[in-house]
Design a protein around this ligand. Structure first.
Ligand code: FES
Length: 155
C-alpha cells in the first residue's frame, strides 16, 4: 500500500504476529504490504518482538529477495520476462521502458513516481507481452501504451 513509515503502526502490525509460531516472516510480509517495503527502522522492533538480535532479523530480511528495503515509487510497473512474453518482445519492451522512464530494473524514477520490476509470468501468457501497472494487468502492450498508462496514473 506504500503508506509512509510510522513506527507506531509498524509496532501494531508486528504485534499481530508476536505470539504466532514462525511469525517473523508473516510480520515482514505484513510490513511490506502496508508500507511497500521494510524500513530498516523495523529491525530493532522485530528483534524485540521476536526475541532475536538485529543481526538475525537483518539476515532474514536480506536472505529473501522479495523484501524491498527502500521505499518504492508511487506506482509499480512489472514486466513479464517469461517465455511467452519474451517470444513477443518483452525484452525490447523492458529496454524501452528503462530508456524512456530512465529507470533500471529494481529502481525507481527520479521523481519517485515509478518502480520497475521484472517478473516471470503474470498468468496472462495468451496475451503477450504482458505487464502489470500497480494492480492492473495489461496484455499485448506496446511501449507507447505503457507511456500512455504512465501519463494516466501520474495525472
Ligand atoms: S509468460 Fe508472460 S504472462 Fe505468462
Amino acid at each position: 500500500m506504500n503508506n509512509v513509515w510510522n513506527a507506531d503502526r509498524a509496532n501494531t502490525i508486528i504485534g499481530q504476529f508476536r505470539t504466532v509460531r514462525g511469525g517473523l516472516l508473516p510480520a515482514l510480509h505484513a510490513l511490506q504490504h502496508h508500507f511497500g517495503y521494510v524500513d530498516d527502522a523495523a529491525i530493532p522492533l522485530l528483534a524485540d518482538a521476536f526475541n532475536q538480535t538485529g543481526a538475525d532479523i537483518y539476515g532474514v530480511l536480506t536472505y529473501y529477495h522479495d523484501f524491498k528495503r527502500a521505499r518504492p515509487g508511487r506506482h509499480t510497473i512489472k514486466v513479464c520476462r517469461a517465455e511467452a512474453c519474451q517470444s513477443m518482445g518483452s525484452e525490447q519492451l523492458l529496454d524501452d521502458i528503462k530508456k524512456r522512464l530512465n529507470v533500471d530494473v529494481g529502481g525507481k524514477t527520479l521523481d519517485g513516481e515509478f518502480s520497475l520490476e521484472q517478473v516471470f509470468c503474470l498468468g496472462n501468457c495468451a496475451l503477450p507481452p504482458s505487464i502489470m501497472m500497480d494492480e492492473t494487468l495489461h496484455g499485448r502492450i506496446t511501449i507507447d501504451q505503457v507511456e500512455s498508462l504512465c501519463r494516466k496514473v501520474r495525472s
